[in-house]
Design a protein around this ligand. Sequence first.
Ligand code: ADP
Ligand code: ASP
Ligand code: MG
Length: 426
Amino acid sequence: MARIVMKFGGTSMAGTERIRRVAQIVRKQQAAGHEVAVVVSAMAGETDRLVNFCREANALYDPAEYDVVVASGEQVTSGLLALTLQSLGCKARSWLGWQVPVKTIEAHAKARVETIDSPELLESLARGEIAVIPGFQGVSAEGRITTMGRGGSDTSAVAVAAAIKADRCDIYTDVDGVYTTDPRIVAKAKKQKAVTYEEMLELASVGAKVLQTRSVGLAMKEGVRLQVLSSFLGDDAIPADELPGTMIVSDDEMNTLVENGEMERQLVTGIAHDKNEAKIILTRVPDKPGAVAHIFEPLADASINVDMIIQNVGRDKGETDVTFTVPQADLARAQALLEDRSEDIGFNRIITDSKIAKISVVGVGMKSHAGVASSMFRALSDRGINIQAISTSEIKVSVLIDEDETELAVRVLHTAYGLDGEDEAA
Ligand code: ADP
Ligand code: ASP
Ligand code: MG
């Protein structure tokens, strides 16, 4: 017998028919003799709808009240799944964030889990009851509802799995694993049998939204066995215990898979895109010590994350242009802050552009092989795609391009790195 956390995302929970399908998958897992805790998302589209209500109610909304509103989507689906499980003859109950309790830091809308200490939950599981826990939500030390950032149910699931020492955390979604790139963009994307934590962390952080970045970091830190698999399966599907999805594994496990011939060692594991950033160019900034600090300090103070930065070659009169990217959602705030400081910084003009995309290639093979970046630049230039900025890490190369060229760039790179599969993905 194992203890398993099963997480179902928004599309899997979208409506009572789909929830019935989920309940059947859960029942099957319990019937295989396991203790089961289920973490659920709100129905697809529901969280967006709730966010819009908050914006309409008050453009400068209080994040604490925002959390009260947006957490409600998961309350509905957790209750509905418990009811559906009961209708199938299972013992099941919902455990809201404050009831578990999932204690988080106070940071509303971007809370992090601090502790989940719930002997009652463990006792309930031991009695054979299925625990249904709404993802995304927790409770602060002050007793107020918090939420964990968009896509946060993945992190809730991993946090619950770590807390109850689950043998596995299965993330059920609308694709049957982690692919070489988003299968909705490249039909020839290939499903990966396994991906290392490090690669998955990097892929998630550059836009592969199949797992929330923080969930992967937490799983890596806590040693949670994480698997991505599809909830859109027929009754004859291979059971989750036989690992039909993508397993997130340690480097050692990956080496063993390669040695046993179960995986090929790849230079590039995946390609991701992100359309949620915006570019800012400050022209004619003084080319002297301290100038860049003047630009980025106010942004850091306002918790605005700057991603790519390029400082262009200095001009004649000791001036330079500085280009960088920020999340699109923070663009207006960043622009206002910089305009406020225009005298201190001393720039001439501020130019912004939201129609950009970041394309990234990720793979641990880059640590030991040169040439990944140059192949990327060549492949893009052969198709006339202009690169506006570049950034690299040990296992990643990212470029900034025109948003309209996103799909083309992803396809071109997928082919260039030899990732195209024989069969088209579903
Ligand atoms: P859920 O609602 O289940 O949390 P998400 O929409 O958050 O699902 O994540 C699943 C989606 O992630 C897929 O539908 C797919 O379009 C997208 N995706 C992006 N990159 C990848 C990738 N490399 N492999 C698989 N899916 C990916
Ligand atoms: N419902 C939340 C969202 O849409 C959390 C999640 O689904 O993971 O962001
Ligand atoms: Mg998700």
